[in-house]
Design a protein around this ligand. Structure first.
Ligand code: C2E
Ligand code: SIN
Ligand code: SIN
Ligand code: SIN
Ligand code: FE
Length: 525
């Protein structure tokens, strides 16, 4: 009820005040008879919907209509004549729009001069035609009702489409953050690193503004005169500062935001500039200053935060080589949280996986270092799932064939994201991402590898992954009783799993139980 009241209010205010500023609804009239255009325009004058006026466009043949629709994607509704240059020119337009131009949003009202000759039902259904009218029904009232009803459904479709695009943009953003983070990891020197950070951020957020990447020495709570602000990398008009200190003149504009960033240990968005804050646990303060307005939507802001966290850790990694492996580990956990944060049902999955993998690796006789690397890399086994749309990833039921195909790409996708990384752990992670769904008998994916052609880490993670998936609830299935899980894995020996890995698993059951106990999913699905 409340929603309806709001609608009324909205309509009233819009009609009273803001009509002029709002985008019109574009309505394309396609008809070879000039009179029809005239009558239609008359009938639709001064009509508005949701406070937006109508803008009537005219064209006189099917060919012209197609040409217009190839160019314009902002037409809400088409009033389409059937008989024009040919008997069925209008139907052809409808087919091309839906099947060739893939425009599923525009609404179509078909009109014909020959009453009683309605197109077949399958035409109306397959080309998603909203309404069918004889031209004799062109009275103002009838047209008004048909047009308004159709604009309402167009508006609903566009709202859904808009939300879908936000989700999609968010997903693409996640993929870029993951790729950017591993790219940052490859930089050798601090200058290259700073340059990499700037380039990646610009690519992520489409910045065209000039930017500076600076390191602050000192600066515990705010900048003082003694603090040195060294410019590691800069673009545009700031290029001359590269490798030097930022002088007071250049600092002046940014000083309040820099102080705020340092005091609050956070990123500051000012109306005409942006100060990104990164600091690794033991490192100096790093700031990314962007000169110019930075308008960020919510998903973008979250992505920047995530990226900045990874940058800070990568920076420390660069500075403190003795802690390299630890910092790699934390980057890996950060990255795998990207996947976790999208998926509704993984919970403590990645932590358990790491522990299972270690237990199996040691039981199989791998040395401590090798086992540690497999453990450290294991959380990234499903990193490719950042590329899987939510409708598939979080589908509550079984996947159909097409969805299954999409889901199966996660192995190859994860591999491609990681394959160029230099650090050993990330190289191991690439192999694991690639091979964790291969099966011992060659029936797995993506490559159908067989037996010992599958890396031992892939064979280990395959079992750990299935064990964890079966013992816990997923968005598409409940948890299984432990005895059934053990039986299924045992039966998979020699087909799905390496028999030696299954034997190691059966010898390690108490350790597996203890891990499950220690990392229980906090909120069951
Ligand atoms: P996941 O949920 O982590 O499952 C990992 C693996 O555990 C699966 O790899 C499969 O080998 C095993 N597994 C999981 N549930 C079952 C089960 O009920 N019975 C048996 N016998 N084995 C099971 P798989 O099949 O390659 O799937 C990879 C990923 O694809 C899964 O990861 C999950 O994210 C997704 N997925 C698979 N099937 C479905 C489904 O029906 N619905 C949804 N929404 N997602 C699915
Ligand atoms: C889609 O369903 O195609 C988009 C959903 C998403 O990007 O997560
Ligand atoms: C997202 O992709 O950011 C949304 C995650 C979700 O709702 O599962
Ligand atoms: C972590 O909590 O980030 C690491 C836990 C683990 O190694 O399993
Ligand atoms: Fe997987």
């Amino acid at each position: 009820m409340a929603a309806q009241d709001d609608d009324w209010l909205e309509d009233d205010t819009d009609d009273a005040g803001t009509v002029a500023q709002l985008e019109p609804w574009n309505v394309l009239v396609v008809d070879d008879e000039p009179d029809i255009h005239h009558v239609t325009r008359l009938a639709l004058t001064n009509i508005s919907f949701l406070g937006r006026p109508l803008n009537i466009l005219s064209c006189y043949s099917g060919r012209e209509a197609i040409a217009i629709l190839k160019e314009r994607h902002d037409i809400a509704l088409m009033l389409l004549d059937v008989v024009m240059e040919t008997e069925d020119a209008g139907l052809k337009v409808a087919r091309i729009i839906r099947e060739e131009l893939h425009n599923h949003c525009i609404r179509i009202i078909l009109r014909t001069g020959q009453p009683g000759v309605a197109p077949e039902r399958h035409v109306i259904e397959s080309y998603d035609i909203n309404d069918y009218k004889a031209k004799t029904e062109l009275t103002r009232d009838k047209l008004y009702t048909a047009v308004l009803g159709t604009l309402r459904s167009y508006n609903d479709i566009m709202t859904i489409e808009h939300q879908r695009r936000i989700l999609e943009a968010n997903r693409r953003g996640l993929i870029k953050v993951v790729e950017a983070s591993t790219t940052i990891f490859r930089q050798q020197s601090i200058q290259q690193f700073a340059q990499g950070v700037l380039e990646q951020l610009q690519a992520l957020l489409f910045f065209e503004q000039e930017a500076l990447f600076v390191v602050v020495n000192g600066g515990m709570t705010a900048l003082t005169h003694d603090d040195k602000v060294k410019v590691m990398y800069a673009t545009g008009g700031y290029q001359n500062y590269c490798g030097k200190e930022l002088d007071d003149a250049a600092l002046l504009r940014f000083k309040p935001s820099i102080d705020e960033a340092i005091a609050g240990k956070r990123t500051v968005y000012a109306p005409d500039h942006f100060v990104g804050f990164f600091q690794a646990p033991h490192g100096p303060v790093n700031l990314l200053i962007i000169d110019g307005p930075v308008a960020l939507s919510h998903p973008d802001a979250d992505l920047i935060e995530l990226f900045c966290k990874n940058v800070a850790i990568a920076y420390e990694n660069l500075m403190l080589t003795k802690e390299i492996e630890d910092t790699q580990r934390s980057i890996i956990y950060q990255l795998s949280e990207v996947v976790e944060s999208r998926s509704t049902d993984t919970g403590k999955h990645i932590h358990r996986m790491a522990e299972f993998a270690y237990v199996l690796a040691r039981e199989l006789g791998l040395d401590e270092q090798e086992a540690q690397i497999i453990k450290a890399a294991s959380p990234l086994h499903d990193i490719g799932k950042v590329g899987i749309p939510d409708r598939v990833l979080n589908k509550p039921g079984r996947l159909d064939e097409e969805e299954r195909k999409i889901m199966d790409t996660h192995a190859e996708l994860g591999y491609r994201m990681l394959k160029d990384a230099k650090p050993r752990i990330l190289r191991m992670a690439a192999t694991i991402a690639h091979e964790h769904h291969e099966k011992w008998d060659g029936s797995g994916y993506p490559r159908g590898l067989k037996g010992e052609d599958i890396h031992i880490a892939g064979r280990i993670i395959a079992l750990a992954d299935v064990f964890d998936a079966l013992t816990h609830a997923r968005c598409y299935k409940p948890a299984w009783p432990p005895a059934d899980v053990i039986k299924t894995i045992d039966e998979g020996s020699g087909t799905h799993f390496d028999p030696r890995v299954v034997e190691a698993f059966l010898r390690s059951l108490p350790a597996f139980e203890a891990i499950v106990e220690q990392y229980q999913d906090s909120d069951p699905v």
